[in-house]
Design a protein around this ligand. Structure first.
Ligand code: HEM
Ligand SMILES: [Cu+2]
Length: 556
């Protein structure tokens, strides 16, 4: 499985059992953060492709009015499974667990995360939860049909395997909390000497803010999922109104986690943008501190806005007003970040390589997603747009066109670090344009359909909406082709690409100062870091260190 570059962590690892001989065990029991990250990466991508497949089947069903390829009941299960996989298995763990795990210790000059075994345990929990969820397909009435939000009281009444999906989500939540604890401890304890908080790379700031959300918000959703399980199994009346429960309570508990979770997804993605922009502009990033602090601010304010998902649930007008106002506040720190990125790009001679092209493309899609979020935050408009395709388009623009796209930008940016090899620039750019065109054709018509009244989570529709679903269907194929093209390009780069050397982009952060791929335990000598992370002078990095691991070291 490894590219044949000698001395790298692909050759030496330690496992929970010491130096295990079997290749497979060297992977699934490895406690090197880089291997754990790759385990996450591959499992996450596999689930992503499954969920894309489910999405394409939904789009096929919706291609023409009337029943085409599946029953209404099946459609409910398919969109639930699509949502559950995309959220809990792909986009929430994605950047922290797959890219963060690899890069966090490298970027702060550490040999591993604070708790390497806990790190491996997180991955095992993740796989266990995933398998549990998928297994419920084959038992009784099959996968849950509640939607990924599991709204009560329906989730208490339906005969499908809601408990399986809930237990899976609970376990996945646990995995996410453990990763968060590990990252916070690592950032506090293992930074290289001299590296103060304001000398950390901005991706680390993104991971740090996210880790706090993982720790503080995830337990709440855990509790609410357990409450649904209790209600189903023991008949306790928490949410079922016929038993004196309150379904709106479930909505509150669910969104107190799930709104901050949106920032949990986007903050590390913004961190990726903040790495890529200065590197390809060859300039120090504009407003370093404001980017760092705005991450923490978004993470903080993000807790206070969950009610914007509940404008139609019957909460009082005053509460609606407050939630609406607070929602607009989140736009301020987000705007600050965009301003800083644009200011960095201003008058720079930008090198439009694939990571940068992906990042700039994401700015376009994320701005559309973000601005439509403000539209939805406006109470009067929300009451009209609620549960229409406008919302579906909005969250795909933010999650797919924001978080996932920046993750892809990160894949291109760090591929040389992960593998020691370079992807083909020509194919990478073409793949980007295919994805970008497909994506907009897929989702933009849905803003219109939604605005004209196409409700979401419907397997059928009135003929007047057909044109939007047709465009969207064609878009979904172009999009899927683009995604496969991109993954093939990355894979080919990894297997057959030109050797990339330690620092192909002339980047400034620590991970680029060691060989690619790095060795076990990363650094021969822990560096002393008393300078800012993005320092360029006349387009050249100011600090160059030689931190290559010396022969015979680092196999501890
Ligand atoms: C190939 C790309 C994708 C396509 C074609 C697609 C398509 C769809 C469709 C047709 C729905 C049902 C909408 C409804 O009936 O309300 C849906 C729902 C959803 N999608 Fe996607 N999607 C894609 C990618 C993603 C990604 C990357 C994410 C998350 C990162 C995501 C998250 C969701 C969620 C959370 C729902 C809501 C499920 C629910 O209503 O319970 N999707 N998607
Ligand atoms: Cu929200």
């Amino acid at each position: 499985m490894s590219p044949s570059i000698p001395g790298s962590f692909y050759e030496h690892t330690h496992t929970v059992f010491g130096h295990h001989k079997s290749k497979i065990f060297q992977w699934i029991f490895s406690i090197d953060h880089k291997r754990v990250s790759i385990l996450y990466l591959f499992s996450m991508l596999a689930f992503f492709l499954v969920a894309v497949g489910l999405a394409l089947s939904m789009r096929l069903e919706l291609f023409s009015p009337g029943q085409d390829i599946m029953s209404p009941q099946r459609y409910n299960q398919v969109f639930t499974m699509h949502g559950v996989i995309m959220i809990f298995l792909f986009i929430v763990p994605g950047i922290p667990a797959a890219l963060g795990n690899f890069l966090l210790p490298l970027q702060i000059g550490a040999r591993d995360v604070s708790f390497p075994k806990l790190n491996l345990l997180s991955w095992w929990l993740y796989m266990f939860g995933a398998i549990l969820a998928v297994a419920s397909l084959f038992v009784g009435d099959g996968f849950a049909d509640t939607g990924w939000t599991f709204y009560a009281p329906y989730s208490i009444k339906t005969g499908t395997n809601v408990i399986w999906a809930l237990t899976a989500a609970f376990i996945l939540g646990l995995a996410s909390i453990l990763t968060g604890i590990n990252f916070v401890t690592t950032i506090h304890r293992l930074r290289a000497p001299g590296m103060t908080f304001f000398k950390m790379p901005l991706f680390v700031w993104g991971l740090y803010s996210t880790a706090w959300i993982q720790i503080l918000a995830t337990p709440i959703v855990g509790v609410s999922l357990v409450m649904v399980i209790f209600e189903r199994v023991f008949g306790v009346g928490f949410f079922d109104p016929t038993k004196g429960g309150d379904p709106v309570l479930f909505e509150h508990m669910f969104w107190i986690y799930s709104h901050p979770a949106v920032y949990l997804m986007i903050l590390p993605a913004f961190g990726i943008a903040s790495e890529i922009v200065p590197t390809f502009c060859r300039k120090p990033i504009f407003g370093y501190r404001s980017i760092a602090i705005s991450s923490a601010m978004i993470a903080g304010v993000g807790y206070l806005v969950w009610g914007h998902h509940m404008f139609t649930s019957g909460i009082s007008d005053m509460v609606k007003l407050i939630f609406s106002l607070l929602t607009f506040f989140v736009a301020i720190p987000t705007g600050v970040k965009f301003f800083d990125w644009i200011a960095t790009m201003y008058k720079a001679s930008i090198d439009f390589k694939a990571p940068m092209v992906w990042t700039v493309g994401t700015f376009v899609t994320f701005i559309i997603g973000g601005l439509t979020g403000l539209i939805l935050g406006t109470i009067g408009v929300n009451v009209y747009f609620h549960d229409t395709y406008f919302v579906v388009a909005h969250f795909h623009y933010t999650m797919l066109g924001g978080v996932a796209f920046l993750m892809f930008a990160g894949f291109h940016y760090w591929l040389p670090k992960f593998t020691g090899r370079m992807y083909s620039e020509k194919h990478a750019i073409r793949a980007f344009y295919t994805v970008f065109v497909g994506f907009n054709l897929l989702w933009f018509p849905m803003f219109l359909a939604g605005a004209f009244g196409m409700p979401r989570r419907y397997f059928d529709y009135l003929p007047e909406f057909e044109i939007y679903h047709k465009l969207s269907g064609v878009g979904s194929w172009i999009f899927a082709i683009g995604i496969v093209y991109m993954l093939v390009t990355l894979y080919r780069g990894w297997r057959y690409g030109e050797p990339a050397g330690p620092n192909p982009w002339n980047a400034t952060t620590l991970e680029w100062q060691i060989p690619s791929p790095p060795q076990l335990e990363n650094f021969g000598e822990i560096p002393y870091v008393d300078f800012k992370p993005y320092e360029y002078k006349n387009g050249e990095p100011v600090h160059r260190m030689d931190l290559s691991v010396k022969e015979g070291q680092g196999h501890g």
